[in-house]
Design a protein around this ligand. Structure first.
Ligand code: HEC
Ligand code: HEC
Ligand SMILES: [Ca+2]
Ligand SMILES: [Ca+2]
Ligand SMILES: [Ca+2]
Length: 474
């Protein structure tokens, strides 16, 4: 059972009449009227007045209100660079060539369709938002994952210009059956990945981390958070003894040459939006920028190294800047159905089950953010502390990524989650897309979230649905 933490209006009125004292414990056993969850003013606004109201399949694609004409033009150019397919060089359209020689997809939007969530791997199909990171035990010179000879830290399964791709990946699923304490059955599926057609030596036994593309809403608000607004949730040694001990990742920033707070990616493995986007151009599409100026062709990929390029760099700073601006200005949709009683009950359950301890709200962006001043001084509800948590053995990839160990993942922000089915026409969740819906995503929680998961399982069916209804309203 869930402990009641607050006095209900009923007990308050009761105490007023009979003047309860704090040592009068008996009245607590008096049957209470059911507590009715109430709408809280403004709770539907996940990004203050920077949100948009949309329930269409373009819900993730709108810009924040208030951009100037000049900024709208930058946003529009960034949008088209995000959506366009890049082509092999040499090409007549030199503004968008340089794809490859090895890559996973031709466009950002292939993986982040409509700025939304990618799909898990489907055997025999090109990526619609999935890639696999690899490494071996140890760290590289910057404290990051140590690449595999011949492959580096990511498997590019496609190529152009007659150059070999690196390897193909296939997936198989094992079915896991279980029951809720009330007897209701559930089913989960656990993926296992296999490499084949490895071109540069066996990949058997390497460390792997399968990942799908997240929705890219609210990215600018996260870049405008000062470190302190993330670190305030840290509790590395669990001093409040609730079993939850978020901690920060510290990752290499190639632009500053320093270790910085990790903010982006499933393990908070990238420090800034600009480096995240430059590394996507580089690793996922084979496109160089001023930040990563060489094509991703680890030795002995000589043909790859000598392949024609699409300029030096292939994505010039002005283009990179447009894409970064575009991504930074994508608005977070406001919530829907937020006054429905089941959603309000679900919100209370979300708090009572301690989901809110990791899926946290109430961070405030910095007061001085020159890149996009509209993002300043905004209180956000990302439903994430953006910190790393041990999520247990079942979700573990066993592949460290800077300070993140093999069991740790960054709390995935839940803003927008209820719209993914509309925007992307699927409900695959978690880092590798293994959860087929929200319920399965919760059931996979373990480690620091074990208690929350168990409390969820102990709810009755109606309460479980209320919690899911709430998440769908985000
Ligand atoms: C092959 C599929 C693929 C392509 C192409 C791709 N991405 Fe991604 N994207 C991903 C995956 C997978 C992640 C998670 C990466 C991780 O955890 O390390 C991600 C993460 C991100 C994030 C961070 C999201 C978050 O919540 O932390 C941003 C921003 C992003 N991508 C933008 C882009 C842009 C811009 C492009 C084009 C330049 C692009 N991506 C191309 C798959 C892709
Ligand atoms: C200890 C921290 C923690 C707690 C507590 C926690 N979560 Fe999570 N949650 C995470 C992390 C980390 C992920 C990403 C895990 C992954 O992808 O492997 C996640 C992912 C999710 C997702 C999938 C998000 C997506 O877009 O893929 C949902 C839904 C979710 N959590 C709901 C809940 C609910 C409901 C509760 C309470 C019953 C809860 N979480 C409690 C840390 C937590
Ligand atoms: Ca290239
Ligand atoms: Ca590679
Ligand atoms: Ca704690």
């Amino acid at each position: 059972m869930i402990k009641k933490r607050f006095l209900t209006p009923f007990t308050v009125a009761f105490c007023f009449l009979v003047s309860c004292s704090s040592d009068n414990e008996e009245f607590i056993s008096i049957p209470e009227e059911p507590e009715v969850a109430k709408y809280e003013e403004g709770e539907e606004l996940l990004s203050g007045n920077l949100g948009v109201n949309s329930t269409s399949n373009n819900a993730f694609g709108f810009e924040i209100p208030g951009l100037t004409f000049e900024e709208q033009a930058r946003f529009a150019t960034g949008n088209s660079l995000f959506n366009q397919s890049w082509v092999s060089s040499p090409a007549s359209t030199t503004a968008r060539d340089g794809l490859g020689p090895t890559f996973n997809a031709r466009a950002c939007a292939t993986c982040h369709f409509k700025d939304g969530r990618g799909r898990p791997l489907v055997n025999g199909e090109s990526s619609n938002g999935f890639l696999i990171r690899i490494s071996q035990a140890g760290t590289d010179a910057n404290g990051g994952p140590l690449g595999i000879d011949g492959y580096g830290t990511q498997v590019q399964d496609r190529s152009n210009n007659g150059i070999p791709f690196e390897a193909k990946v296939t997936v198989s699923y094992e079915t896991i059956n279980g029951n809720y304490p009330d007897g209701t059955p559930y089913e989960l599926i656990r993926p296992t990945y296999t490499f084949s057609e490895e071109q540069f030596g066996s990949l058997g036994g390497v460390l792997t981390s399968p990942r799908v593309a997240q929705q890219t809403i609210g990215m600018g608000l996260i870049s405008a958070l000062p470190d302190s607004e993330i670190l305030k949730f840290e509790d590395e040694f669990d001093s409040n003894d609730d079993g939850i001990s978020g901690r920060a990742n510290r990752v290499w920033n190639p632009q500053t040459g320093e270790l910085e707070l990790g903010k982006y990616g499933w393990k908070a493995n990238t420090p800034t939006l600009r480096t995240q986007i430059a590394s996507a151009f580089h690793g996922d599409m084979g496109l160089t920028t001023s930040i990563f100026s060489e094509n991703d062709c680890p030795d002995p990929q000589v043909d790859c190294q000598n392949a024609p390029n699409g300029g030096e760099p292939e994505v010039v700073d002005e283009q990179l800047d447009r894409v970064v601006f575009y991504q930074s200005a994508l608005a977070v949709p406001n919530r829907r159905n937020f006054t429905e009683q089941s959603v309000l009950e679900g919100r209370n359950l979300f708090n009572e089950l301690n989901c809110i301890s990791c899926h946290a709200t109430g961070q405030v962006t910095i007061g001085n953010f020159a890149f996009n001043p509209l993002l300043e001084n905004t209180t956000i509800r990302p439903y994430s502390d953006l910190l790393l948590h041990d999520m247990g053995e079942d979700l573990a990839d066993e592949r460290p990524d800077f300070l993140a160990n093999g069991r740790e993942w960054r709390t995935q922000p839940l803003w927008g989650i209820g719209l993914i089915s509309t925007v992307n026409d699927h409900t695959f969740f978690l880092h590798d897309g293994r959860a087929r819906n929200i319920e399965e995503a919760i059931l996979w929680h373990g480690g620091e979230a074990e208690q929350s998961k168990n409390d969820f399982m102990n709810l009755n069916a109606e309460q479980r649905q209320q919690l899911i209804d709430f998440i769908n309203s985000l």
